[in-house]
Design a protein around this ligand. Structure first.
Ligand SMILES: [Fe+2]
Length: 496
């Protein structure tokens, strides 16, 4: 005889039926408990969980359908079979509507009873499996979003929104654990008042989320059903809330706590919600850990870039702020072109660093007040390749090397180092070329004073479609017009 792990509650007002069913079930390896009324059955549900309710339709007090309905409120994943002596079409429909899975008519044989029970338990396990599978769809989204964004804030929101949607919760928050201070801080929230968001910081061990972080165990909080005294005190009595708090753990490391809640009038959280969140939170936690690593890495890259950019400025006082201004315009153009977030970042850093190769050009050439000789100009033309060489060793996560290498190419093929034409020049390099031309004309040089903006715009128009990509010039002029009268892009960026 196979050992069954399920526990079944048999409810019938005829003690002989209860006894018979119990004996039959136990002979098949199930654990079985009997009750003679709906009220007694509900009392038993308060004490323990059951996998299946086998209930007589007609009972002296509350009937079988109502008993099942109330029991399911206490235990969301409960399944039930109704037994009746005189099934009418209407009573069958009513029972099915209330979520009862199966129906069995008296008198029944042992085989009929067992096959109905097996059928119901099997269907229930398929449904539970579906819950598990359903959890993989949002997980896929979370993982996919991870690769497309390096922004931690976006990921926090995505994890919370996915959890809210999948668990059918109305409000929620995602708290991040600062390992140094052992403090939880809300990093994403939905449906919570702002004052809570700003104030809420919880030490590990304090408050509900703090206790979850400490115990590393999920917690379901249903009003009036608190067994733990500490937690019961933390719940506002009569709040009619059902909540679930889930620890986010990645390879044993506490990352944070996910809190979800809804009105208990809708549905209380149950074991199946816990199961769904266990899959979701595991994936979310490792996604958060790698996004954090990524962010730390990006931050160290950015500071390296800032150091490099300062090195460029120190060499050439005439190009002080030059790269910054080129970069501000270049990013606006890239955004206007509809490039992706990652491509915009690439353009931003490439434009800050595009002239880094000037480090390798002697000051005699770099700061020469007059026109360069042919020989000096040939030397000067080496700066994109020198820059690309320096940056190739840095292994940045952005593909900035080709942009830096080609930033002196011209659309019509008259530029250097490779004399590329048109679309063969990387888009980032074409953008920088336009912004660089404008910036160079409007700033002081060793050999001349800055020219007025109108002059720079004239030059851009003149070489649009020949030396410069006409499309990009048009976009640049559009942005320039928009900021005209509101200060330069740089001033606007500072004001923001
Ligand atoms: Fe350059």
């Amino acid at each position: 005889m196979a050992v069954r792990t399920e526990t079944i509650l048999v409810v019938d007002d005829q003690p002989s039926v209860v006894q018979l069913c119990k004996r039959l079930l136990e002979s098949q390896g199930f654990s079985a408990v009997g009750a003679s009324s709906g009220e007694e059955a509900l009392e038993k549900f308060r004490q323990q969980r059951f996998d299946l309710l086998l209930v007589d339709l007609v009972l002296p007090g509350i009937d079988g359908v109502e008993t099942f309905r109330q029991a399911k409120e206490m235990q969301n994943d409960l399944v039930g079979i109704v037994i009746t002596g005189h099934a009418t079409k209407g009573s069958v429909v009513d029972a099915m509507k209330s979520g009862l899975y199966g129906f069995i008519e008296k008198p029944f044989t042992m085989r009929e009873l067992m096959s109905t029970i097996d059928d119901v338990l099997q269907r229930n396990s398929v449904e539970k499996e579906n819950v598990r599978l359903r959890a993989f769809v949002p997980l896929f989204e979370v993982t996919k979003a991870m690769t497309s964004t390096r922004q931690l804030e976006d990921l926090y929101r995505l994890v919370l929104d996915t959890a809210l949607q999948e668990a059918g919760a109305e409000r929620g928050s995602l708290m991040h654990l600062d390992e140094r201070s052992s403090e939880l801080r809300i990093v994403a929230a939905r449906g919570l008042p702002t004052e809570i968001l700003e104030k809420t910081r919880q030490k590990v061990g304090d408050g509900i989320a703090g206790l979850v972080a400490e115990s590393r165990e999920p917690l379901i909080l249903n009003d009036g059903q608190m067994q733990d005294e500490r937690i019961a005190q933390l719940m506002r009595p009569g709040s009619n809330l059902s909540a679930i708090c889930y620890p986010l753990l990645s390879e044993g490391r506490m990352v944070g706590v996910l809190n979800l809640s809804r009105s208990s009038a809708i549905r209380t959280f149950s074991e199946s919600d816990k199961e769904l969140l266990s899959i979701l939170s595991g994936q979310a936690a490792s996604a958060i850990v790698s996004a954090q690593l990524n962010e730390n890495l990006s931050r160290s890259y950015v500071s390296t870039i800032e150091v490099l950019a300062k090195a460029i400025m120190a060499r050439d006082p005439y190009t002080r702020d030059h790269s910054d201004n080129v970069s501000l315009y270049a990013v606006r153009v890239a955004e206007e072109l509809g490039l992706s977030g990652a491509e915009n970042e690439t353009v931003r850093f490439a434009s800050i660093l595009h002239d880094i190769g000037k480090i390798g050009i002697s000051e005699g050439i770099l700061l020469k007040p007059g026109k360069l000789t042919d020989e000096e100009f040939e030397k000067m033309k080496e700066h994109p390749a020198i820059g690309a060489n320096i940056l190739a060793d840095a292994e940045f996560p952005w593909d900035i090397v080709p942009i830096v290498y080609h930033h002196q190419e011209k659309y019509d093929g008259t530029g250097y180092p490779d004399g590329l034409t048109g679309e063969a020049i990387p888009i980032g390099a074409r953008i920088i070329s336009v912004c660089d031309t404008y910036q160079a004309v409007t700033s002081d040089r060793a050999y001349r004073k800055a020219l007025p903006e109108e002059k720079a715009i004239d030059i851009l128009r003149k070489v649009s479609g020949t030396q410069l990509d006409g499309n990009i010039v048009a976009l640049f002029l559009k942005i320039h017009r928009e900021v005209d009268g509101k200060g330069t892009v740089a001033q606007q960026a500072i004001a923001a």
